[in-house]
Ligand binder design. Structure first.
Ligand SMILES: NC(=O)C1=CN([C@@H]2O[C@H](COP(=O)(O)OP(=O)(O)OC[C@H]3O[C@@H](n4cnc5c(N)ncnc54)[C@H](OP(=O)(O)O)[C@@H]3O)[C@@H](O)[C@H]2O)C=CC1
Ligand SMILES: CC(=O)C(=O)O
Ligand SMILES: [Mg+2]
Length: 569
């Protein structure tokens, strides 16, 4: 062997026609270590580590602490004015030095969440083909049919605890982005680690590529996915079935599969089909429901009354809208002992055809039917607000600028403190901006949105909008399932997570008009959510990790990944 990396594949000598073996390299050099993101520390390798791991000469002489590296990187990031450049810089960091990436994200969560998550991740997915450098996550396309188990085995980690999977058909409110939806599982899983403390090596992002109906992408020479229209029906179902079977076979009963950004015509069916046999969770239906219910429970301190005293109107009756509606109805039913059929009547939804009413029942998709109450037909949102007189207005349509001045004014004329949630992502699809909500309501609205808005000054008062985003829930929820060894998800766990999150809102937050706690405290919040979810799993007999730890919050904290560098022998 030569000093350093032995040349066994002859790559430099081979002609273009000759086949070479890419991975036969015996290592006696730290070069590989520097290029392994899981272990690389850059200038933070100590002198002893540099000696022990053949790193001398491969690094300049300076030594840096992780804190100094963090300071330098934050300084560099802030030089970029274009959000997408910040996103790309963060992805490069994740590929280069994973612990430093997570240290940055954890320590600067409020500043970096909009970079690695909504809104910037939306733009990143739209442009994924052009910004694509190194692949992240696992791509499973129709071409892998019959071989999915083998594909899973190509992934370098075998001890997987959470999979976030999308088929890219409804990426945020941006529609069908096909294979380029991969940015979403990658982003969600980085939050699983940063916000919920799951080990990065236990997280697997997956994109199922069954084609795309997005003409622009089909005609884009840089598109990275299958260039065909979406497979549907049996072909689609068989691929998903093979995937779900392979996942359980390869990773066992307790791997959590989080469905993300599927179109609603598949999302409800997949959840219903796999809930009895797998540990599955749909973030858009269930995570969103839990985060919104938490906000509503907290908001009662500001608007008064019990949940059952309120009337709810939704714009958008898909996964998010009907998922939230059902969890609110369930919570009211638990609180008042009234049957679900009764409590649902406090909740009204508007879809693209107008208010959902009983005369439309026959033609409605199954998930809308429970919401078809008796009322004459109403076309637009403004008329629906005037007819229903809601105390709470929730936007979950994926269509921006739909909470117009007239709509917000109508809400304000009905309510002393109208509660307005504009959930659609990214920012471009938000039903209204924070500034619009506060200005049009003359400073009376309690407002939160799916994507973040800056504080707004109105009438010399500063209003701080909250972020109603499932990112508050899924990391802690997932941690609770995993640390208790839960084998199934139950609605009562969603309610427990809502209550845990609502309990974290402090008086100082309420004083600013907030109905969510700040993200800066999210690890602590996630530990509390995880503890309540795990407690529910034990109570329901769904937990397999025995004996039950006594102090579940402490146990959750002890399970959490820390991004601080490890010392190498
Ligand atoms: N803040 C958060 O944490 C989350 C936010 N979201 C956001 O919510 C949005 C919707 O997601 P999801 O529920 O999964 O999507 P779906 O496609 O399942 O549902 C969208 C709903 O909006 C309705 N709709 C579309 N256009 C209009 C319109 N012009 N007027 C009235 N209704 C309309 C649709 O009507 P029809 O059925 O008639 O087609 C459908 O009922 C997305 O922007 C997503 O980013 C989602 C999950 C979490
Ligand atoms: C937040 C989220 O899950 C969505 O917008 O789809
Ligand atoms: Mg989503």
């Amino acid at each position: 062997m030569m000093n350093g990396v032995e040349k066994t594949n002859g790559e430099d000598l081979a002609t273009e026609e000759q086949l070479i073996t890419p991975w036969t390299v015996s290592v006696a050099s730290g070069y590989t270590l520097l290029r392994d993101p899981r272990h690389n520390k850059g200038l933070a390798f100590t002198v002893d580590e540099r000696d022990a791991h053949y790193l001398r000469g491969l690094l300049p002489p300076a030594l840096m602490t992780q804190e100094l590296q963090e300071k330098k990187l934050m300084h560099n990031l802030r030089q970029y004015e274009v959000p997408l450049q910040r996103y790309m810089a963060m992805m490069d960091l994740q590929e280069r030095n994973e612990r430093l990436f997570y240290k940055l994200l954890i320590d600067n969560v409020e500043e970096l969440l909009p970079v690695v998550y909504t809104p910037t991740v939306g733009e990143a997915c739209q442009k994924y083909g052009t910004i694509f450098r190194r692949p992240q996550g696992l791509y499973i396309s129709l071409k892998e049919k019959g071989k999915i188990l083998e594909v899973l085995k190509n992934w370098p980690e075998s001890n997987i605890q959470v999979i976030v999977v999308t088929d890219g058909e409804r990426i945020l409110g941006l529609g069908d982005l096909g294979c380029q939806g991969m940015g979403i599982p990658v982003g969600k899983l980085s939050l699983y680690t940063a916000l919920g403390g799951l080990r990065p090596s236990a997280c697997l992002p997956v994109t199922i590529d069954v084609g795309t109906n997005n003409e622009k992408l089909l005609n884009d020479e840089f598109y990275i996915g299958l260039r065909q229209r979406r497979a549907t029906g049996q072909e689609y179902a068989e691929l998903l079935e093979e995937f779900m079977t392979a996942v359980k076979k390869n990773y066992g009963e307790k791997v959590l599969v989080q469905f993300e950004d599927f179109a609603n015509h598949n999302a409800f069916e997949l959840l219903e089909k796999y809930s009895p046999t797998h540990l599955v969770f749909n973030d858009d239906i269930q995570g969103t429901a839990s985060v919104v219910l938490a906000g509503l429970l907290a908001a009662l301190k500001l608007v008064g009354g019990a949940l059952a005293d309120h009337r709810f109107l939704f714009l958008g009756a898909g996964e998010a809208g009907t998922g939230i509606a059902e969890l609110i109805a369930l919570e009211i039913s638990k609180q008042t002992k009234a049957p679900l059929e009764e409590t649902r009547k406090k909740i009204w939804l508007v879809d693209s055809k107008g208010l959902i009413v009983s005369s439309r029942k026959e033609s409605l998709q199954h998930f809308k039917k429970p919401w078809a109450h008796d009322h004459e037909p109403v076309k637009g949102l403004l008329d629906a607000v005037k007819a229903i007189k809601p105390t709470v207005l929730i936007g979950s349509s994926g269509v921006g600028k739909t909470f117009t001045k007239e709509v917000v004014e109508a809400m304000t004329s009905i309510n002393e403190k109208p509660l307005i949630l504009a959930l659609s992502n990214p920012t471009s699809q938000s039903e209204c901006t924070a500034e619009e909500a506060y200005t049009w309501s003359k400073g009376r609205a309690i407002f939160a949105s799916g994507s973040p808005f800056d504080p707004v000054e109105y009438n010399r008062k500063v209003f701080v909008p909250g972020q109603a985003n499932n990112a508050y829930i899924f990391p802690g929820f997932g941690l609770g399932l995993i640390m208790s060894g839960a084998i199934r998800v139950h609605d009562d766990m969603l309610l427990a997570a809502s209550e845990a999150l609502a309990a974290q809102v402090k008086q100082e937050n309420f004083d600013k008009g907030l109905i969510y706690p700040p993200f800066s405290n999210i690890r602590n919040i996630s530990a509390n959510i995880a503890a309540k979810v795990a407690a529910k799993a034990y109570e329901l007999g769904l937990a397999s990790r025995l004996p039950r730890p006594k102090d579940l919050v402490k146990y959750a904290e002890s399970c959490m990944y820390s991004p601080v560098y490890r010392s190498y022998r």
